[in-house]
Every structure is written in structure tokens, then in C-alpha cells.
Ligand binder design. Structure first.
Ligand code: GLN
Length: 273
């Protein structure tokens, strides 16, 4: 099998050319430019078998990130497995917003609830070395992936296991962020995401259960004036703003992603108390 044959096999399977090129890049350890210039180069038997297996998985709808075992998020190479959601580019909006509340010269306590692969916490720790990042997840398997990523990247994030605020009794933060499961339980879109952990995508029902628990538990864990920033579904901004107001937060704001969709809502805990 030559590189050109592998690309033809991808086309026959309905795998996008760019995905096939990424797979080849990854397996051969060569950049795309090399692949393009050497498309008559022969793969070893082992490489050909790996390419075929990878293409078959991709053709069956598995995210490329799982096939490669890796996904980049804000310049960090993260290991990802089916125990964690594949980090999405739109979640960078939440990271950008969080960074606005983290002066580079301050050692603030920050929490990322439901960290999954650790993407958000690790990006924040990477970009704000002085911040003290804590990340939680209810899934031991997800935490193992996140811890592995922190070790690999040499980032000193602290991890704890548990549901939302449950493992954080008595701890208070200057900033809290979360990309919780928020897809509505009967959203047909979930069928396209069947390879990802369902509990990371949807809390079932109206999609708001996790957001509700995070907002309701937040005041007890935020310092006066601290911000809570949440990713949510494109049609959940009003509901999340209402939850925040009901919990006594000030100035709820919503931000939109590059596609113009309402993506994140955040608010500030009042200065009283
Ligand atoms: N943005 C994801 C999707 O709809 C969902 C992520 C989440 O539930 N936190 O593909």
C-alpha cells in the first residue's frame, strides 16, 4: 500500500481526505507536506494495517480524536479516550473569558467543574502559571485521562473526584468555570455523538440539571466578587441567566461563539458577605 492508495481507500470508505491525511501524519510521524510530496511512498505492512484499522473506525463514525488518541486544544496536545468528551474549539470562548478574569500576576484559586480530558483547566494553568487550578470530575476514568495530561504537560493542576461541588466542601474560589453536560435528553443530535460518553453530553431531561446544580451550589464556593462562567446550549442563555439571578448573582452576561450562537453565560457573585 502506498500513501496514494491509503487516500483512495479513505475516499472509497467515505472518510474525508483531511482526516485520512491526519491519520497518516500521525502514523508516519511526517507532516502533510511530506505526504503530498511522497504519495508513491510504500507503507510497511504494520503501517498499512494501522491505516486500514484507523480508516475503518473513522468510517464507522468514531471521532478522529479517539482514533488518533489525541486532540489539540489551545496549542496543548491532549490525550483523549472514549472516557472523555472530545474538546471542542468553541470551548476556547470559555477559556478566553476566564483569562480576562485572571490577571497574569495574581495567584488566584480557580476551579473547573466536570473537567473531562482536563482541557479547560490545563489551558488556564498553561496560560496563567501563577493561578492555582483545581479540576473535578465524577468519573474516575476521565480523571485518569486528565491527570495523565497534566503530568505529560508538566502542569500542576490539582484533581478531585466527585459530583460538581460535592468534593469541594469548605473551599472557595476566585473564579469557577464549567462546560457541563447540557444537551437536551431527546436531542436527535445525540445520535451523531454516540461514541462520546453520554453522561458528559446530556444530564437528560431539559438539559439544565447540571447547570442548575452548578449555579445553585456556586455562591457557597465563590469569594465575594468572583465570577462563574458556564458553557451551555445555543438556546439556553435565558434559562441560565435566570438561574444565575435566582441564585443572587449580579450582571449576568452571555457571549456568542464565532458561529454567532449564544455559547457561554457568566455572572459575578455579589461583594456582600
Ligand atoms: N457542544 C457539544 C455538542 O453539542 C456538547 C458539549 C456539552 O454537552 N458540554 O456537540
Amino acid at each position: 500500500m502506498r500513501i496514494a492508495d491509503a487516500l483512495n481507500a479513505a475516499r472509497a470508505l467515505g472518510v474525508e481526505r483531511l482526516d485520512a491525511q491526519w491519520l497518516l501524519e500521525h502514523l508516519l510521524g511526517r507532516p502533510r507536506s511530506w505526504l503530498l510530496a511522497h504519495d508513491d511512498s510504500e507503507l510497511s505492512a504494520a503501517q498499512a494495517a494501522s491505516v486500514q484499522a484507523g480508516l475503518a473506525r473513522r468510517a464507522a463514525g468514531e471521532p478522529l480524536a479517539y482514533v488518533l488518541g489525541e486532540r489539540e486544544f489551545r496549542g496543548l496536545a491532549l490525550r483523549v479516550t472514549p472516557a472523555v468528551l472530545v474538546p471542542r474549539p468553541e470551548t476556547e470562548l470559555l477559556v478566553d473569558w476566564a483569562l480576562e478574569h485572571l490577571p497574569p500576576d495574581a495567584a488566584l484559586d480557580v476551579v473547573d467543574l466536570g473537567t473531562g480530558s482536563g482541557a479547560i483547566a490545563l489551558a488556564l494553568q498553561h496560560e496563567r502559571p501563577l493561578a492555582r487550578l483545581l479540576a473535578s470530575d465524577t468519573s474516575a476514568e476521565a480523571l485518569a485521562v486528565a491527570c495523565g495530561n497534566a503530568r505529560q504537560l508538566g502542569l500542576p493542576v490539582e484533581f478531585v473526584q466527585g459530583d460538581w461541588w460535592a468534593p469541594l466542601q469548605g473551599r472557595r474560589f476566585a473564579l469557577a468555570v464549567s462546560n457541563p453536560p447540557y444537551v437536551v435528553g431527546d436531542d436527535p443530535h445525540l445520535a451523531d455523538l454516540a461514541h462520546e460518553p453520554r453522561c458528559a453530553l446530556t444530564p437528560e431531561g431539559d438539559g439544565l440539571a447540571a447547570l442548575r446544580r452548578i449555579v445553585q451550589g456556586a455562591p457557597a464556593h465563590l469569594l465575594p466578587g468572583a465570577w462563574l462562567l458556564l458553557e451551555h446550549g445555543h438556546d439556553q442563555a435565558d434559562a441560565v441567566q435566570q438561574l444565575l439571578r435566582d441564585a443572587g448573582f449580579e450582571v449576568a452576561q452571555t457571549r456568542h461563539d464565532l458561529a454567532g450562537l449564544a455559547r457561554c453565560t457568566g455572572a459575578r457573585r455579589s461583594n456582600e458577605k
